[in-house]
Design a protein around this ligand. Sequence first.
Ligand code: ZN
Length: 683
Amino acid sequence: MQSQWSDSDAEALTARYSEQGVSQDLALRVYTSRLLGQDPKLVLHGGGNTSVKTRALDLSGDETDVLCVKGSGWDMGNIEPQGLPAVRMAPLLKLRTRESLSDEDMVRHQRAYLLDPGAPNPSVETLLHAFLPHKFIDHTHSTAVLSLADQPNSRELCDEIYGRRMGQVPYIMPGFALAKKAADLFEQDSSVEGLILLKHGIFTFGETAQEAYERMIQMVSLAEARLRRQRKSVFMPAALPGKTAPLAVVAPILRGACSIAECDDWRRMILDFRTSPAILNYVNGAELARYATQGVVTPDHTIRTKNYPLIAPPAADGGLDGFRAAAHDAADRFAADYRAYFARNNAGQAVPKKPLDPLPRVILAPGLGLFGLGRSKKDAAIAADIAENTVATITDAEMIGRFEALPESDLFDMEYWSLEQAKLGASKEKPLAGHIAVVTGGAGAIGGATAKLFAENGAEIAVLDLDGEAAARTAKKIGGGTLGLACDVTDAASIRAAFDRVVETFGGVDIVVSNAGAAWQGKIGAVDEAVLRQSFELNFFAHQRVAQTAVGIMLAQGTGGCLLFNVSKQAINPGPDFGPYGLPKAATLFLARQYAVDYGQEGIRSNAVNADRIRSGVLTPEMIAQRSAARGLSEKDYMGGNLLGREVTAKDVAQAFLHQALSLKTTAAVTTVDGGNIAAALR
Ligand code: ZN
């Protein structure tokens, strides 16, 4: 591992922060924390922490000795000075004389000694930093170090590599007891440059930021060098079917298997897929079940990935019925095992814990790769990042010896530790969390408003539009992991390709807003049949193709689904010269009901929205001008010519689609969004 230290970068950052009144100590602490945090081989997603002992002014202007230590919720890779809150040293040090200190009391003390009462909670490893005497202390969960520290003979390995340069601390859960133990062990030989925390990670110390950082790089490099010696090259492969079914086919089946029924609906997960030669070497190994299901490589990961992944059965191309049954068996076993693990370990707890959901957060798919699972794409990607890191760590461990995880009771303590759960935040989930929604015509006014509203309600979104660039722009505006794809809904291959991309990106499809459409006009007795056919292509057949494709995916998942069609008041209340538009829309209204009839048993709901006079909906500005003139009305009066006398917007239509998506007992329904037009009211 190369040191990324640069004198000029360090000076530049120090100079920049000094203008903002940040001390050199803290500026350099920020600099090397970022260097460490930006390397996934050292630190992942909020893991690791760093500190500096320095002096700072308290609120009354008195200078005092403090520990600036990473605050909870900050990522080292992009940390700022305020992400390293200052805690008074003297009262922290006094805690060391205590026999014990509960986690809750530890947090209270740490907060009480903050210079700024509004600062984030100092790291749960604050006391460990405080009890060691060094000015700069760095802590990472280095992949290479863990490959050695997660071995049955990790002590001998560390002796061999580091000799007396590094102390060794047996596994203790982070908190007061670990801080005391680490400090006691350090004092037995204070010449060490750092500590290896067996089955957890590594600390290095220094009098300067550069010294602590360079020692981290050096110790990790020594571990890497050891991992290159006496090494096997690959895992013995398992016998797998010749050809594995494609990702777009496998993902919805796995996603469905990893869902559970919950209050009239399904608890669904978003998937994030990864593959590479290293991942395939790992997931295709004959002994996968042994090395992959022992436990996490460092306990911090358990809140993101659970203790072990689900191993999916191999998916032979063409043998999908067998795969589906085997995938459901595997997922059911996983959930049963998780519940049993919870019951076993909860039995001895002084204060009983509340079980978390029993769904896996990582799926290993032989022949294919791995999936991270989460209630959002972001959480799924975090799980996948950690899983990839785990593959690297365990592969290296197994290539020179044997991976050994902590006993499950230690992992349970960590998974259900209130201070760890607090990292995930207790915010209430949005109603469409875990859902994947596809919106066609997504770059238009109604499509865009609907995509945005569904995203605000927690769904992952794919914006499909004939204009791929406009789709990408809309997706970017919505943000998050929103996908923007070009899709010609009058072309079956284009629809297939777009839905495959959605499934490969998120794992499946739950909601489809079939919205793409355009208005053709013509007096029905005189209209060219070609115009009528063109309108039917877009305003009827496209809806049918989109719905058919979506239903195929929904059936593979087996967790129901929701089809939403943008119909039009024309479907029931024809306007003069709007036959070419109204006829296919009437057929699409029927289509919505036919899907409700044919797929209700599968839990697939199908509803429609009849919208009318929406500015920048299907009505172009020219059409609005033409139609208001024909009625002798101003544009404003025409657009607001309804019972409520108010203009109806794309957002109002989006709201109706959202209600239909959330109304779990509503199917074959039509919602009218037109401000009130009795001639277009449904009976
Ligand atoms: Zn740690």
